[in-house]
Design a protein around this ligand. Sequence first.
Ligand code: URA
Length: 434
Amino acid sequence: MNPVDIIIKKRDKKVLSQEEINYFIQGITKNEIPDYQMAAWAMAVLLNGMTDQETTDLTLAMAHSGQMIDLSNVIPIEVDKHSTGGVGDKTTLVVEPTVAACGLPVAKMSGRGLGFSGGTLDKMESIPGFRTNISEDEFIRLLKTTGLVLAGQTADLAPADGKLYALRDVSGTVPSIPLIASSVMSKKIAGGARAIVLDVKVGLGAFMKNLEDARQLSRLMVSIGKLSGRKVVALLSDMNQPLGNAVGNALEVKEAIATLHGQGPKDFTAHCIEVACHMLVVGEKAATLDDAKKLVIDTLQSGRSWEKFHQLVVNQGGDAAYVDDPEKFAQARLIETVPAPRSGYLKEINAQTVGETSVELGAGRMKKTDSIDPAVGIIIHHKVGDQVQKGQALFTIHANDEKKLADARKRLLGAHLWSDEKVDPLPLFYGVIQ
Ligand code: URA
């Protein structure tokens, strides 16, 4: 067996055997397969797909490529959530502290930005000092004492996914159902989660552009979860327009803080409440979604979610002065609010264009080695369905470069589409797959 034959087989639309998949994934894990072969293979998978059996084999090979964590001696049931990636998706920052504050411990392994979608680690690292590089001992100690820990994927956890993920980000190989399903589920299985809520994004700013693909991805992940003895529920959520108003790392942390204080955007708050409720139900902390909703709303309104977030920041070395006074966060040098060029109803705010523009401003990576500018990003001031008058604030750009600011202005104006007729607001969710 050799890597080139495996790439050629997938290029020629053939089905890979479990042995071939194991061989390739072991090669990635041991650094025996160079980036260009990994990228060629990922592109062949993206173009030609995989059967459900191949995807399951790939998931298990990546899960077993490193340490398999078992937290059953530490907490009664490990519950996790995972988003398939969106624009303005800072859900983890609100949901995890809320669920932990409801009494259900959460050990979250988060990722970095991928393509035009943001990543929780990049967002949290805009809080000076915040560490996501947590040792196993510290991870367990924090989980036992606070019931909340947020860590990056360690080099030992599904390392084959870690390498492929970073490479997919910069090789145009993200939006593939088998690659996303195996990436998400390998981490959840290796991380020891017994119950998992998947937030499967669908729409212009998601990797799944239509409901049919999103359903297929959800069913595949639910079935991989079942095969490995995990309880999995997938929520199909809208990602045609950005979630909330803020896109960009520090801007999103600020919006999450406002939400924890009860002052967040309506759509984002409702989204977080729904995800948290499903976590409480699969984690057996609430018998029904209605019971969960009462608990979640009370926890958010009482300030306990905020206190838990604060504790998380302090525990992991973050400077609490920033979250106590978000004005302290790094500010971009150029801040420009662009007015609506006309009156009318907003019929589209293309989330992918907003995500890409944010990456171009410096909030994401174009190359693996790029660093992130925490201060830059975009605030959108309206949602699809809103009636807007000419001259009202449409969006605000936070930039550190004049040319990038001008490019962003142009792209974002093009991302807003108008109608003279009334337009219905977009739904938050399209369904649940159990
Ligand atoms: N999230 C992941 O962990 N992996 C993907 O491929 C996409 C979203």
